[in-house]
Design a protein around this ligand. Structure first.
Ligand SMILES: [Zn+2]
Length: 203
């Protein structure tokens, strides 16, 4: 089963997301069935030369026609909220690149889903919304429906699936919208797959 969000090469294949710019060469060189994603994690948004970065990203996406864009997003947790302005600027660059190149955008959100929803709705109003994967999805079922209206799909790992609210959040999401990810812990992938099928059995 394909891994919808990972930062390592995994045997079953997966969306191989960049954390920093230094990851791109390694990601581009990963063998099939890994799917490269070029981006910059919101934790590293501070101090980026946005013009040079946008130019670089365009170039890499042009040369890798099957690559996605990620990881990106907004992290409003206490540790990262001081850099939210920089995170927003970078998020818009990633959104624009994903739309222009017709790629999927791989989105990280912590204490930021309402703001991300507003940004995405504005993009839809302007006709510039790319395809979306929301990773480590931990919002409510109602919130998920709002993102599904924008075409989003979701991925969850062992951490999300072990949460006390997991059944309420995930059991009723359509099978073609919710997928399993390993993020930083490939060893947890089989347990996450098993937990999700258990939840679906309950539904
Ligand atoms: Zn990640």
């Amino acid at each position: 089963m394909f891994d919808y969000h990972t930062h390592q090469i995994v045997a079953q294949g997966g969306f191989f997301n960049a954390v920093t710019r230094a990851d791109w060469e390694k990601i581009a060189a990963a063998p099939d069935p890994m799917m490269p994603c070029f981006g910059l994690h919101p934790w590293h948004a501070q101090g980026v030369d946005l013009g040079a970065y946008a130019f670089d990203l365009d170039d890499w996406l042009s040369r890798h026609p099957s690559a996605g864009v990620g990881e990106t997003g907004l992290d409003g947790s206490e540790r990262w909220r001081d850099s939210l302005d920089a995170q927003r600027n970078l998020f818009h660059i990633h959104l624009g690149a994903a739309f222009r190149h017709e790629r999927m955008l791989h989105v990280h959100g912590v204490r930021a889903w309402p703001e991300i929803l507003e940004i995405l709705r504005e993009r839809r109003r302007c006709g510039t919304l790319p395809a979306l994967l929301l990773h480590a999805w931990n919002g409510s079922l109602e919130q998920a429906r709002e993102f599904m209206d924008l075409g989003a799909i979701f991925s969850v790992g062992l951490r999300e699936l072990s949460h006390p609210k997991a059944e309420a959040r995930y059991a009723r999401l359509p099978v073609d919208r919710l997928f399993v990810e390993s993020d930083d812990a490939p060893e947890n992938f089989p347990r996450a797959v098993a937990l999700l099928s258990l939840l679906r059995g309950i539904a």
